[in-house]
Design a protein around this ligand. Structure first.
Ligand code: GLU
Length: 374
């Protein structure tokens, strides 16, 4: 593999484990370390890249502020800790990024925000808007409301889902280990280091073991699983040690880390998923002008829609048909059937007056669409 560096990528998700941000003994934020990391993030962002941060640490910070004893927390205690700690965490990021001319925007996700298509569109639209406005989304799980059945539980997989949702081409997992070993190094001190994972196979999964540290929920197993999610979505992933002052710069300087190679390009897997639906619940018919606009890379606006059929919900994959009824492509529709019918043929500026709420300007956004032959 040619040596790669974070600078080679365009949209980068950086995941930071609790053990890096919060001191295990005192339970306090490691402000100096955060400053070094913020320098790295700012350097990449100033080079014109999109940066997203997935930061753990809310529960670890909050439990100290609340004076809870060490050891495992009950669910409610963890949620209460997150409620308190998330404020401190967001504040720390606002300060650290702000001092470097960057604006932080807090996003708290629950599992359904990335797993359910209707909600997925909302979460993605907000994060996309932050990136367009040159803000840095600082993301965590909404631990205050997440219970066992409805949570990611670890920020490794959350970060991988975010990378795939946002079409990122690089996911950096910073943790207290410097990469993947052929067996867990804690119990196998001589285990060989694995610098490159070409594909996440069962054999690779078996190398991971399962143990996590006291502060964070994710062990190597969740990191390898994150690798599977990210790489199949077309993102490269790197696991690197965060136990140094400028951990992202260290990757660029060639410090030891494990690279998981992307399968295909970001967006390819998503496109396959959109176009691969066997049964679509409905269709939108569009006029010749809209067909032309779509082929020129534009989104589908309500103005170009001449009719709707079937019974679809917001976020469903529908067929897009041209004036002669032939399938032009498929896409995730931003309105349910009833609302789509009401705004068909109208200008986007009239949507709010017609529906009583300000919906999306596009009926189907270009990012959510696959045309035949693409
Ligand atoms: N969301 C948790 C927190 O902020 C961390 C989850 C993890 O350790 O991966 O405390």
């Amino acid at each position: 593999m040619t040596v790669r560096k974070p600078e080679d990528f365009r949209r980068i998700v950086v995941k930071i484990g609790s053990a890096l941000l919060v001191d295990g003994a005192s339970g306090k934020l490691k402000a100096e370390w955060l400053a070094g990391l913020a320098d790295d993030v700012a350097a990449l962002a100033k080079g014109g890249r999109d940066l997203l941060v997935v930061s753990s640490g809310a529960i670890a910070l909050g439990r100290r502020i609340l004076g809870l004893p060490r050891g495992p927390l009950r669910l409610e205690e963890g949620q209460a800790s997150a409620a308190v700690g998330q404020i401190a965490l967001a504040h720390a990021w606002t300060e650290a990024l702000g001092a470097r001319g960057l604006t932080a925007g807090q996003i708290l996700l629950t599992l359904t925000d990335t797993e359910e298509r209707r909600r997925y569109l909302n979460a993605r639209a907000t994060i996309t808007t932050l990136l367009k406005l040159k803000a840095v989304p600082v993301i965590n799980e909404n631990d205050t409301v997440a219970t066992a059945e409805i949570r990611y539980g670890d920020n490794d997989r959350l970060a991988a889902r975010v990378a795939s949702m946002m079409g990122a081409d690089l996911l950096i997992l910073l943790s207290d280990v410097d990469g993947l070993y052929a067996a867990p190094p804690a119990t196998n001190p001589g285990a060989a280091f694995i610098p490159v994972v070409e594909r996440v196979t069962a054999e690779v999964e078996a190398m991971a073991g399962s143990a996590g540290s006291e502060l964070s929920s994710g062990g190597m197993l969740t990191k390898v699983e994150a690798g599977r999610i990210a790489t199949t979505a077309g993102a490269t992933m790197v696991i690197a040690s965060g136990k140094r002052a400028n951990p992202i710069a260290a990757i660029s300087h060639g410090e030891r880390c494990t690279w998981f190679l992307a399968e295909g390009k970001p967006g390819t897997a998503r496109k396959k998923w959109i176009s691969g639906h066997l049964e679509t619940p409905g269709a939108v018919k569009i006029d010749a002008g809209a067909v032309k606009a779509l082929r020129a890379g534009k989104s589908l606006l309500p103005a170009g829609v001449t009719g709707v059929e079937g019974s679809f919900q917001r976020g469903d994959a529908v067929v897009i048909r041209g004036p002669d009824g032939a399938e032009i492509g498929r896409g995730l529709v931003a309105y349910d059937l009833a609302d789509a019918e009401r705004i068909a043929g109208r200008n986007s500026g009239q949507i709010e007056a017609i529906l009583g709420y300000a919906g999306r300007a596009e009926m189907i956004h270009r990012d959510d669409m696959v045309l035949r032959g693409e």
